[in-house]
Design a protein. Structure first.
Length: 107
């Protein structure tokens, strides 16, 4: 087991990584960093915890949609992108804000 130091949204993390898994972990870190940066750059969310939740939801949504998109593409013309559109993200933000409204913090 190796340790890998990575940076997500300017914050440094030391992560455990199985031997030979360094490239996959770096790719996962890059994906999370891109998602969180996009949410931060959109300016709608300020709290890091909310950015992390939204990034996780976006990635999970995309992952869940991939098998559905593959099945649908076999029977119909391919969609341009399986990524959620702005309405999906806005709806997720509203739902998370409603859940977190009382305390505003995940931790």
């Amino acid at each position: 087991m190796n340790q890998l130091e990575v940076t997500i949204l300017g914050q440094s993390y030391k992560l455990a990584c199985p031997d030979g898994g360094e490239d996959a972990l770096r790719a996962a870190v890059a994906l999370v960093d891109r998602e969180m940066s996009a949410i931060r750059d959109a300016g709608k969310v300020k709290a890091r915890e909310r950015m992390a939740v939204l990034a996780a939801l976006n990635i999970a949504y995309q992952t869940v949609q991939q098998p559905a998109a593959a099945t649908a593409s076999a029977a119909a013309p391919a969609r341009a992108s399986a990524a959620p559109d702005a309405r999906d993200v806005d709806a997720l933000v509203r739902r998370i804000d409603a859940v977190l409204a009382d305390d505003g913090l995940l931790i």
